[in-house]
Ligand binder design. Structure first.
Ligand code: FAD
Length: 323
């Protein structure tokens, strides 16, 4: 059954975020040979449209407005609802990002639609679209089918592989004029921390430290390993609460959810709330002094030892491989 599917693109620093391409791949699957329409919102973003086509979108609809230059729930919901009204799609896909998590329930409520949030896989069988999503803090996964109305879902970043870029693809790019009014939130300034390298939620390699790193300086060997592997630094809440690092690095139920190809947990015990944010990683390596630590229950490779000895050894070995 061919469907028209709308996918929301996300832009950061005038570049499309990877999750935009993953959303197109998800949309393609759900469309079952129908049409995938990418929605691009912002100011001076139209130039990014062709990349969305090359990544599999059949059409792009842009809404350009100064008031959309930064995300606000009011501005984005007005623009997205206007595109939905004009396109009348059968499916809608957002990334399960900070933006998608904030915006999707608002849009679903306005459409009087259900919402499948945080989908990690999508299958299509016999005309049904079957979503897999985590429940009980990722201890189990459930499968969901939408039986009536719009198929509206958010997809977890790094789970649905994007399509290969095809520079020969072409597609229609159009703009929709939307009057954005009555913004109740105005972003006056965005204060950025000095860049810590790779973005944690999209990183392919994450080196995470727990209370076992013992101090802010204790993160140094982890940073060196992350540098060699081109990875991002993450942390447990234990490490954040102890003041060893910023809360923006926290992974888990009340922190970020990550699904890298490689997750190296250093001095993290493996509390259920931490596992909720990383247990879907493709390969998990745990380094812990305590052989009984629960992190070893989810680890593919476990190293029982002192992280201050093991991490520098790993860094040296990876350096030799010249990754
Ligand atoms: P600990 O449990 O203290 O573990 C430290 C580990 O380091 C130990 O296993 C120890 O053996 C090991 N270690 C010590 N020294 C070394 C060394 N030199 N070398 C190797 N290993 C060493 N936690 C999260 O992480 N994310 C969340 O989002 C989150 N949300 C929560 C929400 C709620 C509502 C609640 C109640 C809790 C939440 N927590 C969360 C907290 C969680 O329950 C744990 O307290 C926390 O994850 C523990 O952090 P930790 O593993 O770093 O510390």
């Amino acid at each position: 059954m061919a469907r028209k599917v709308l996918v929301l693109s996300e832009v950061r620093d005038q570049e499309l975020r990877n999750v935009s391409f993953e959303a197109i791949a998800a949309g393609k699957k759900i469309s079952e040979g129908g049409e995938v329409v990418a929605v691009l919102l912002g100011e001076n973003v139209s130039s990014l449209s062709s990349e969305l086509i090359q990544r599999g979108a059949d059409r792009v609809v842009t809404v350009e407005d100064k008031k959309l230059s930064t995300y606000t729930p009011d501005g984005y919901s007005q623009a997205v609802l206007a595109v939905i009204k004009s396109e009348n799609p059968e499916g809608i896909i957002f990334g399960h990002t900070a933006l998608g998590k904030d915006l999707s329930p608002k849009i679903a409520a306005k459409l009087n639609s259900g919402l499948i949030s945080d989908a990690t896989a999508i299958e299509v069988s016999g005309g049904n679209v079957i979503f897999t999503r985590p429940i009980y803090s990722s201890k189990a996964f459930e499968k969901k089918i939408v039986t009536a109305g719009i198929i509206f879902a958010t997809i977890r970043p790094n789970n649905i592989p994007p399509l290969q870029k095809d520079e020969t693809r072409s597609g229609d790019i159009s703009s929709l004029s939307v009057e954005i009014k009555d913004l109740r939130t105005i972003v006056k300034e965005i204060v950025r921390k000095a860049s810590q390298g790779v973005d944690l939620s999209e990183a392919k390699v994450v080196i995470a430290g727990g209370r076992g790193v013992k101090s802010e300086e204790g993160f140094e060997p982890l940073k060196q390993l992350a540098n060699v592997l081109g990875g991002a630094i993450g942390a447990s809440r234990g490490a954040c609460d102890a003041g060893y690092c910023e809360y923006s690095l926290q992974i888990g139920q009340t922190g970020k959810v990550v699904t890298p190809d490689l997750y190296i947990a250093c001095g993290i015990s493996g509390a259920i709330q931490h596992l909720a944010g990383m247990s879907n990683s493709k390969v998990i390596v745990a380094i812990n002094k305590d052989p009984e630590a629960s992190i070893f229950n989810v680890a593919d490779y476990g190293i029982v030892g002192d992280l201050f000895e093991v991490v520098p050894l790993l860094t040296n070995e990876f350096k030799k491989l010249k990754i």
